[in-house]
Design a protein around this ligand. Structure first.
Ligand SMILES: Cc1cc2nc3c(=O)[nH]c(=O)nc-3n(C[C@H](O)[C@H](O)[C@H](O)COP(=O)(O)O)c2cc1C
Length: 271
């Protein structure tokens, strides 16, 4: 058995989770398709090579750019492991969406997981799930991997899971309601959100690392202080990766999320 990993991971957490699960499965990783900077292309997977897909949650959905870049993949009754990584708020429709996307393309969902990664908007002043996946998360990812390996080896690997039955993260209903209420009020009042990260020109050394990190080529390598807001997906890879902290994404969501979702959520899996 050889594992194939497919991930989209601007700030690296979805990829880390996938690698943690793969270590638990303990079989050679035949191929890693990282679609953060490119399309997956027209890839067809056989039925003997399980596909582990690990993608981030944006606004309760799978990051749209990831699904777009995966449009050309096809399975032929291929076992797939669907994993979504979210920033300690909630993943909402994302896992079901990913499972449906894979099923429609010829994959069988034999296992699924919901994992927490440091929120893309997390900063020192507004910490949200800082440092996750941490050692405890990766240990859990390894355990998940071991369960997947057992299932695939024992021949029960044919059995699909119903992703909707995965255990939900613990969440106080009132906090979630207040969060949604605040967001609705913001939307109604027309509150302006930053369309892309801001650059402090006095700190920027024009090294171009941000342009290399940007999954949507929204930053011009020759003048990295310019960001094309129409291309920016607000993933914050450039903010987190800037060596001189010249880039910030001052969204009011950061404070709201940090205040409301500061209780650690645990990862869940279904095999
Ligand atoms: C535009 C955007 C929307 C997001 N929406 C959610 C969300 O609805 N729920 C949540 O818990 N986290 C949300 N996050 C946080 C990411 O899911 C989380 O930080 C994830 O670990 C990022 O994955 P990556 O490191 O692979 O890029 C959002 C992040 C971004 C950039």
């Amino acid at each position: 058995m050889e594992l194939h990993i497919l991930t989209f991971s601007p700030t690296g957490t979805s990829r880390k989770v996938a690698e943690g699960i793969a270590r638990g499965i303990d079989c050679p990783v035949a191929h890693m398709t990282d679609i953060t900077h490119k399309e997956a292309g027209q890839q067809v997977f056989g039925d003997s090579q399980p596909l582990l897909v690990s993608l981030p949650v944006y606004g309760g959905h799978v990051a749209p750019m990831a699904l777009k870049r995966m449009e050309g993949i096809r399975g032929s009754n291929t076992p797939a492991i669907a994993v979504v990584v979210y920033g300690n708020r909630h993943y909402e429709q994302a896992l079901e969406e990913l499972a449906a996307f894979l099923s429609e393309r010829g994959f069988r969902i034999v296992a699924a997981g919901t994992f927490v990664g440091e929120h893309s908007y997390s900063t020192e002043q507004t910490p949200i799930a800082v440092g996750r996946p941490d050692a405890r998360d990766l240990e859990f990812a390894g355990l998940f991997g071991q369960e997947i390996a057992k299932k695939l080896k024992e021949g029960s690997g044919d059995e699909e899971v119903v992703v909707g039955t995965i255990e939900q993260p613990e969440q106080d209903a009132m906090t979630m309601q207040n969060f949604k209420q605040t967001v609705m009020t913001w939307m109604k009042s027309g509150l302006q959100m930053p369309a892309s990260p801001l650059v402090d020109a006095s700190l920027c050394s024009a090294c171009g690392i941000c342009a290399d990190l940007c999954p949507s080529s929204a930053i011009d390598r020759n003048s990295p202080q310019e960001t094309d807001a129409s291309l920016c997906i607000k993933c914050c890879a450039c903010v987190k990766g800037c060596p001189s902290q010249a880039r910030t994404f001052p969204t009011p969501f950061a404070r709201l999320l940090a205040d409301n979702f500061n209780i650690r959520k645990e990862n869940k899996f279904l095999v």
